[in-house]
Design a protein around this ligand. Structure first.
Ligand code: FES
Ligand code: FES
Length: 174
C-alpha cells in the first residue's frame, strides 16, 4: 500500500472527460501533473515560467498556461488537453486547419497554439488578422510558422485578411 507523503495533497481532476485522482506535492504544477503523473505529454513544457504558451490547456473552458497553475488549485475542475480534442482518434477541426495551412514546422509549440485557437473560437472568434495575432500573442513559435498559423485561424473564423498587412517573417518577435 502506498504511504502518503506528509507534504502531498489529494487532487481530483476531470481531465478530457475522465475523473483522475492523484496525490502530488503541493508545489506541483498542472503542467507537471499532466505530463509526469498522468502521462499526457501532448502538453509541452517550453519555458516553465509563463512566457511561451507551449503548455496551454483549457481549465473550465478558459485557456491557461498550465506551468503557472498549481495542480492543487484545479481540484474538482475540468481540464482539456490536446489529447482530449478529438477523442475518437481523428482530428479536431482546428488540427485539420493547421494541417491544411502548414501551421507548424517542428510542432513543439503546436499543441499550445491549437488550444489557444480552440479558446479563441469558443470566445466567438475575431474579425481581423491583427486581432488574431493579438489573441495568439502568448503563443510563441521559434520556427516562425506565424503566417500559416494566422491563415489557419483566418479560415476557421472566416475573418478577412487585414488590408495591406503582410505576412510575418520567420523570426519576428511577437
Ligand atoms: S511552458 Fe508554460 S508558458 Fe512556457
Ligand atoms: S512549429 Fe516549431 S516552435 Fe512552432
Amino acid at each position: 500500500m502506498a504511504v502518503a507523503h506528509p507534504g502531498n495533497v489529494d487532487v481530483t481532476l476531470r481531465v478530457n472527460g475522465q475523473t483522475r485522482r492523484l496525490q502530488v506535492e503541493s508545489r506541483v504544477t498542472l503542467l507537471d501533473a499532466l505530463r509526469d503523473h498522468l502521462g499526457l505529454t501532448g502538453t509541452k513544457k517550453g519555458c516553465d515560467q509563463g512566457a511561451c504558451g507551449a503548455c496551454t490547456v483549457l481549465l473550465d473552458g478558459n485557456s491557461v498556461v498550465s506551468c503557472l497553475v498549481l495542480a492543487a488549485q484545479c481540484d474538482g475542475r475540468e481540464v482539456t488537453t490536446v489529447e482530449g480534442l478529438a477523442p475518437d482518434g481523428g482530428l479536431h477541426p482546428v488540427q485539420e486547419a493547421f494541417v491544411r495551412h502548414d501551421g507548424f514546422q517542428c510542432g513543439y509549440c503546436t499543441p499550445g497554439q491549437i488550444m489557444s485557437v480552440v479558446a479563441l473560437l469558443a470566445a466567438g472568434g475575431t474579425s481581423s488578422d491583427d486581432e488574431i495575432r493579438e489573441f495568439m500573442s502568448g503563443n510563441l513559435c521559434r520556427c516562425g510558422a506565424y503566417p500559416n498559423i494566422v491563415a489557419a485561424i483566418r479560415e476557421l473564423v472566416g475573418a478577412t485578411a487585414t488590408p495591406g498587412a503582410g505576412p510575418r517573417t520567420g523570426g519576428e518577435a511577437r
